[in-house]
Ligand binder design. Structure first.
Ligand code: PRP
Ligand code: URA
Length: 211
């Protein structure tokens, strides 16, 4: 439980154990990518628990019966680069998911998000949209991403991250009070460079080996 109304911390033991290895500075890029994808899949397994279902008729080798499928398609919107590092793990569970890409980087001086790429599926309004980024620091990137998906027509949206700073959660609560935020950890604070403490460092660099 946290004091943030918009925030759910996913405390499943397997999620917490995988996060432990991601935080460790000795975890190499290959292991970081592998564990991040596994963790993202587990998170989405938990998040989709209450997603609406639609009844469908199905014919087994023996007879007709009714079964259930997701009522709406799922669209992932990873915030590049680091959000991409969570997509394969989610698509292993939801292979039908569509992916809209959003390229944003945090300017080193202003710390404001700068957009460099945007390509969404055309019918976001009929989809459950998961905006994905491992790190919610100042909240600038996440808030901008949510502005973009709302402008594109999305109605059912959640923000999924791995590690959140209280500052970022507060920004989303103010700018997007209607959006649920899911995280594996609510960390202590941001440092003077707006990195999350204790955090796990620069997620993009750790995924792609660019540090
Ligand atoms: C990181 C991270 C988020 C953003 C979070 O991306 O993946 O997108 O910073 O910071 P904020 O909450 O203060 O906006 P970065 O800008 O480093 O780009 P990258 O994914 O390409 O490394
Ligand atoms: N972006 C990251 O990758 N890590 C942080 O701690 C903050 C922003």
């Amino acid at each position: 439980m946290t004091s943030f109304k918009n925030l759910t911390v996913l405390d499943h033991p397997l999620i917490q154990q995988k996060l432990f290895y991601l935080r460790d500075y000795r975890t190499n890029n290959y292991n970081f990518r592998t564990i991040l994808n596994e963790l993202a899949g587990l998170m989405v397994y938990e998040i989709t628990r209450d997603f609406p279902l639609a009844e469908r008729e199905v014919t087994t080798p023996l007879e007709k019966t009714t079964g259930y499928v997701l009522a709406r398609p799922i669209t992932l919107v990873p915030i590049l680069r680091a959000g991409l590092g969570m997509c394969d793990g989610i698509m292993n569970l939801v292979p039908q998911a569509r992916v809209g890409h959003l390229g944003l980087y945090r300017d080193k001086k202003t710390l404001q998000p700068v957009e460099y790429y945007r390509k969404f599926p055309s019918d976001l309004e009929n989809s459950d949209v998961l905006v994905i980024d491992p790190m919610l620091a100042t909240g600038g990137s996440a808030a901008a991403a949510l502005d973009f998906v709302k402008q594109a027509g999305a109605r059912w949206i959640a923000f999924v991250c791995l590690v959140a700073a209280p500052e970022g959660v507060r920004v989303l609560e103010e700018r997007h009070p209607d959006i649920p935020v899911y995280t594996a950890a609510l960390d202590r604070e941001l440092n003077e460079h707006k990195y999350i403490l204790p955090g796990l460092g620069d997620a993009g660099d750790r995924i792609y080996g660019t540090e």
